[in-house]
Write a protein that binds this ligand. Structure first.
Ligand code: PXL
Length: 281
């Protein structure tokens, strides 16, 4: 039977629940085969931990891809997240050329949040990431990442009208569809996402109640479930809804749990995610 296959390219943060330790379990739980290309191994993610180890795996990327080519391995979707260097941006661009024909290329330009770039990134890297976004079909930045890639000041928060403006600018980077996460509606009571398809000129959006709690890794939870939903053939409207509902449930179940600030308890909401997929069949 046909099983959609995703390749996810990002780091492994051994402890902390983000990047591949989120993408692999979440997309697999959705019934989608998930291959990984780890770009680095860190002892923890870089948010809130100090003294983490970092083993760069950039030199392994080309030999791994050469072997896959020899084996005739192909992917239905390629989903990239946290990438740590210009060389890795270049290599992912090459992977898009080599494995991306007919595949959905989804780039989450993971670089920062709340107006600030994560440790190790700067404006120049954001320009490099913007170039990679030009090779993608769909990009899913948050407001911080969108502003850095467009070289504009971070406005603090973003309502629906401003989101529309930003999304048009984001697709002018060269991607077909841009999705902005962290869009506010109803004066901040609602929180969600908006997508713009530059080919059809259509906007899609989905909002849920705003939950006043911040956790690391929620962007990866959102992007992974969105990727899984698209790989299953869900429409844009369905995929936005599934990913928002799942992420909000993960935040709600984790809210008030200060021992788990490093990452949400996404595992406990996997039954809900499976349920959401079924409802949108
Ligand atoms: O959640 C994004 C992410 C992924 N990987 C690493 C990170 C972060 C965010 O800080 O540090 C290593």
């Amino acid at each position: 039977m046909y099983q959609p296959r995703v390749l996810s390219i990002q780091d492994i943060s051994c402890f902390g629940k983000c990047s591949l330790t989120v993408a692999l379990p979440v997309i697999s739980a959705m019934g989608v085969e998930t291959a990984i290309l780890p770009t680095a191994v860190l002892s923890t993610h870089t948010g809130g931990f100090t003294g983490f180890t970092f083993r760069d795996l950039t030199d392994d990327v080309e030999p791994i891809c050469a072997h896959w080519k020899k084996e005739g391995i192909t992917f239905g979707s390629i989903y990239t997240g946290y990438l740590g260097s210009f060389r890795q941006l270049e290599l992912v661009g090459q992977i898009f050329d080599d494995f991306g024909k007919g595949a959905l290329k989804l780039v989450d330009p993971v670089m920062g949040d709340n107006g600030k770039l994560y440790t190790g990134f700067d404006e120049n890297f954001a320009k490099g990431m913007a170039k990679l976004c030009g090779k993608a079909d769909i990009i899913v930045p948050n407001l911080t990442e969108a502003c850095y890639m467009l070289g504009i000041p971070y406005p603090g928060d973003c309502g629906r009208e401003y989101a529309k403006e930003l999304l048009k600018k984001l697709t002018s980077l060269g991607c077909r569809i841009a999705v902005l996460t962290g869009v506010m509606d109803c004066g901040g009571k609602k929180h969600g996402v908006m997508a713009y398809n530059s080919e059809t000129g259509e906007y899609s959006e989905y909002y849920s109640d705003h939950v006043d709690a911040k956790f690391h890794g929620t962007g990866d939870v959102w992007a992974s479930s969105f990727c899984g939903a698209l790989a299953l053939g869900k429409t844009m409207d369905e995929a936005l809804k599934i990913a928002v509902e799942y992420t909000v449930a993960c935040i709600k179940i984790s809210a008030g749990d200060d021992e788990h600030k490093y990452g949400v308890r996404f595992e406990e909401c996997i039954p809900l995610l499976v349920d959401l997929i079924g409802k949108n069949k």
